[in-house]
Write a protein that binds this ligand. Structure first.
Ligand code: 13P
Length: 251
């Protein structure tokens, strides 16, 4: 069951500068996505230090702002962390949790990711929970076992709040490599995730399922046309206004 409106989210990762971002955001505003991409809800996720700039630039428009991470804590002696209430106060709507780069480089466990999703929800943010297998795991036929385990921590931790999350399937081997999962490969994993969510809670059938991993203007439409692909989480192509706008229009 695909959601009516697609969700297209740009993950800028650790890219940008104030001037580069200003140009990118101006380009997105000029693309007038609420008119040219009426079937897509759109958000961008800049690095923390640029969130306030992005919120100000996009004020009153149709493009929402998300962060790339959030602390499990609400405040306190946690050097280097950024808390949900701080993000909420700025006007941030979404937060990515459990991106594979954080799982890999910051040793984030399935449980920590689930706890971050719970913290985000408790502070009024919508968590975009990332799951995905490595190439070795796919080749060992472990894809469903891995994404199932990653999702299960979220199911067990959130209980009835499960319906309020967004899930992004990002096969690690497709991130930044130019190797996209084929629409059939992506759809198969999305159908598996949908079934797991629905088995946990009937209402969770409507949790938006985004695909991420080398989504580009020329492959977005076919990916988005799959039954269980409700949008995309876009890395590299979200750094170019024309490409990101074209992906939103492909919805
Ligand atoms: P790319 O689109 O650059 O492959 O990145 C995907 C991603 O990791 C988005 O979170």
């Amino acid at each position: 069951m695909a959601a009516m409106k697609k969700l297209v989210v740009g993950n800028w990762k650790m890219h940008g500068s104030r001037s580069v971002n200003a140009e990118l955001l101006q380009g997105l505003l000029a693309a007038d996505l609420s008119t040219s991409a009426p079937r897509a809800d759109v958000a961008v996720c800049p690095p923390f230090v640029y969130l306030a700039d992005a919120v100000a630039a996009l004020q009153g428009g149709a493009i929402a702002v998300g962060s790339q991470d959030v602390s499990v804590q609400a405040q306190g002696a946690f050097t280097g962390e950024v808390a949900g209430p701080m993000l909420r106060e700025l006007g941030v709507r979404y937060t990515i949790v459990g991106h594979s780069e954080r799982r890999t480089y910051h040793a984030e466990s399935d449980q920590l990711v689930a706890d971050k999703a719970r913290a985000a929800l408790s502070h009024g943010l919508v968590p975009i929970v990332c799951v995905g297998e490595t190439l070795a795991e796919r080749e060992a036929d472990q894809t469903e076992a891995v994404v199932g385990r990653q999702l299960q921590a979220v199911i067990d931790t959130l209980g009835a709040d499960l319906v309020r999350v967004v899930v992004a399937y990002e096969p690690v081997w497709a991130i930044g490599t130019g190797k996209t999962a084929s629409p059939e490969q992506a759809q198969a994993v999305h159908a598996f995730l949908r079934a797991r969510l629905t088995a946990a809670q009937a209402d969770a059938a409507r949790v938006p399922l985004l695909y991420g991993g080398s989504v580009k203007p020329d492959n977005a439409a076919e990916l988005f046309s799959q039954a269980d692909i409700d949008g995309g989480l876009i890395g590299g192509a979200s750094l170019k206004a024309a490409d990101f706008a074209a992906i939103a229009r492909a919805a």
